[in-house]
Ligand binder design. Structure first.
Ligand code: DC
Length: 221
């Protein structure tokens, strides 16, 4: 089974996707990390992220590997472990920029389809149910109020001892929503056949229960 989990930043999709993948013994693919890997590595290489041609050529050559180990998923970019280096707002802003570029999306979507081809995968992102796997057996679209998503991201970063400001994070989340929802290519939107879950008022455990319920229904159908 391919399980597609889409939604905006901070909707809780990666927490849920990781948990579900572990429970089902499926692979988990965080496609946002792939866009982040492109932005991070291209920037390190001194490439201007607005230069679509050069970013496209760079993406074509880039080697991205996911390694699942008991400590959680690791990501290697051109052989170097980049796991702890991608989840910050500077890389996030770069990722939003390259994610709006046609060539980058073509290359990464093809990679994601290749990874998912053997099945038994939980993939999270923005366009998994609409573009990457339009025939996925189960599609979930998770959303939550921007304020609540900001609060979650704030607590997550704070727990990593990062110096963060809640109002700034909420403003950044709203800005990213605008960019992700309004870009021309593959804008963030639920697939017509996605099950929508608003996680604003639910705990992680409650959302996991809801998703597991949907999976069981699919498995028995
Ligand atoms: O989920 P995230 O914050 O790690 O995603 C980083 C950026 O990549 C975000 O701006 C949206 C973009 N993205 C995308 O366009 N398509 C995906 N499948 C995953 C992420």
């Amino acid at each position: 089974m391919i399980i597609a989990i889409d939604g905006p930043a901070g909707s809780g999709k990666s927490t849920i996707a990781k948990f579900i993948a572990k429970k089902l013994n499926y692979s988990y693919i965080d496609t946002g990390a792939m866009y982040r890997a492109v932005a991070w590595s291209a920037d390190n290489e001194g490439i201007d992220l607005d230069d679509e041609n050069t970013v496209g050529q760079w993406t074509e050559k880039l080697k991205i590997e996911f390694i699942t180990d008991p400590e959680g998923q690791q990501i290697k970019v051109n052989g170097a472990n980049a796991t702890g280096l991608l989840k910050n707002e500077v890389v996030g802003r770069g990722a939003a920029k390259v994610a709006a570029q046609k060539k980058v999306r073509e290359i990464l979507v093809a990679k994601q389809q290749e990874i998912g081809r053997s099945g038994n995968v939980v993939m999270d992102g923005r366009d998994i149910g609409t573009q990457v796997f339009p025939n996925a057996e189960l599609k979930i679209f998770m959303d939550a109020d921007a304020e609540e998503r900001g609060k979650r991201r704030y607590l997550e970063l704070k727990a990593k001892n990062m110096d963060v400001d809640l109002e700034n994070i909420i403003a950044e989340i709203k800005q990213r929503d605008l960019e992700d929802r309004n870009r021309t290519i593959s804008p963030l939107r639920p697939a017509d056949d996605a099950i929508k879950i608003d996680t604003t008022k639910f705990t992680i455990e409650e959302v996991i229960d809801q998703v597991m319920e949907k999976i069981k229904l699919k498995q028995n159908s």
